[in-house]
Design a protein. Sequence first.
Length: 681
Amino acid sequence: MGKKDKRKEEKKVYSGLDSLAEIYGREKPKERESNRSFTMVEQEKPKYVEKNPVKRTENLNRQSTNKPVNRTNTTYKSGNNYVNNFKKSRNVPTAPYNFVPLNDTVVHPPLFKYIEDDLKEDKNIQSGYKRFLQENGKYSGFFDVDIENITPIYIGGENKKFFSIGGKYCIPGSSLRGSLKNIFKIITNGAMRVKEQISIDENDNAEADVTNKILYFRNLAGKKVDPTKDLYSSRFTYDKTYKDKDGNIKTKKASIAKAGFLVRENKQYYICRADVQVRKGSPFQVTPPKAPCIEWNNDFADIFTGRMNNKKHFYRIKSPVWKDKYIIPDDVLKGYRDDKNRKGLDLLNVKNAAKGTDRYKLLRGAEKFDYIVPCFFVEKDGVVEHFGAGPYYRLPYRNSIGDHIIPEELKKAQIDFTDAIFGNKEYWKSRVNFEDCYLQSDKSVLEAAAYSKILMGPNPTSFQLYLTPDKDNNPRHWDSNAPIRGYKFYWHRSTDWRAAEKSENENMNNFIAPIKANNHFKGRVRFENLDAVELGALSYVFALAEEKDICYKIGMGKPIGMGSIKIKSKLYLRGDNYYKQLFAENGFAENLVQKDKDEYVKQFKAYMQNNLSAQSLSKYQSRINQLKAILSVEYMQGTKRKEWNEKLTRYMEIGNKDDRNIVTSRTPLPTINEVVQALKK
């Protein structure tokens, strides 16, 4: 270990298991055992096909369910038993975010009864929408909004400066809209819009809640407690028999992947089968490079998948059959490109890829291909199911993220409150408009510019954080029937957003100057032709923001303590003479009436109660309570704020041994209520 790595290992962090002892009082977790056995997978005789591109939808319909996992000493039941175990054991993941559970049903707005029949018959629903607007009892007006940032706030503008218009700092209306819309969907039991993976036009899915990706995984040397270990083995290996040096018959796990060459012809990708040799030593005249690479020779291509555990072999791909082509479907290519966690060769973007016209003996008969790289793959009925650079590559799950939005009703084509008010671009525009909110101070409000802490992007491959565990708190992977946890929100935290030092990776550096805490921004949110229930739903978003300790989040840096805002508002409705009287004694006539938001909030709450069953209403109230809990600033400001900010809501660090053990053990993330209860005990 070099000096630099040693310093990193010895660097004091608040995230280790030992440092969490004062809260949880747990013992260090031991390696757990599993009694699972492997499943033999037979290899099929190779087939090939040469035809038009196809989709692999039929293969995605196959499902795999989780086996029970023996999680010795770490079975956490929900409720008080979970909290007690949470205090006794330190093997619990932490994160600056958590999830408000999904609703069990969608509540349709008053507009729905005007368009329901046309919607069922797939007719144009605009006529029903117009009838709804023409009914009496519609309200227009605005909310006068005052936003105070409780923590530093940063919204990126030109050249990474704080967003401004005409030299004036402001919160853009689009940012405020996004923040409030997410909360609006929860309080109205909204639908979940899924953006399909194979979509080409991003604008067609601009209002989507979930991107329907296929995720990838690999588990060769993971812990037995990880459910993907058996999944990977059962799907990608078989029991191969061999003789040892003494002539004894033995078995070992071997990959079912075949060798081949990935080729491109007229923009369509195929794989041509080939032979492979596993070669010991190094194909390079000097020390093998750390990065994976490909070397071309006259009769073969060598592929080196990178250094790992003192690996001293490589793969020699030769004797291709160029006439035998296995087609690669578009969705398989899309899924491969979307795998952001792959660290090895990107087979679709190899710099020294060959062309069929290159002067290698190996390429005779491949002249029609303009892109050629060696690879490994698995096919069925002549169609490639997945591929990679080595025989043990990352596999795609068979289920997509969208498959885990449960119940199915949430994904059906329907009109919810969000469509009705925020707009549905196929049928009508939004009836609510968010203006930019301008900073109210002329003083120096920017903090000293500095490099911010590195922000981590979403990592749904950590299924134990994004999918609900089973009833015994065992993790479930993406090929199980586990629902996603819900809507993602960040905890409010009071921490220093500045990085201790500049990152060596220039692409990760953000040199910013946020606006200091306790500044005010003002603007308006205007609305047109809302009925009383719709106005009540919108008013509830603002009324909730005014409850004690409730703050929303906006802008960048939410995980590192930025973007907490307190919103106060006043409701103004247009009077009866709004369109009749233009002038007053002192100028233009406003004809506005200030109203109490609670008057309309009560009507909305009554509507929700009347449209939910007793069971659904109970779940709805539980979800609202969890929403309030994760929106509360009480914990970051209370007497236990140090424990909250530095331990319970921090990102785990892969460089920390104890954190790494928690991650590889796949222990599920505690719920919102469990985190809060653990702090209070």
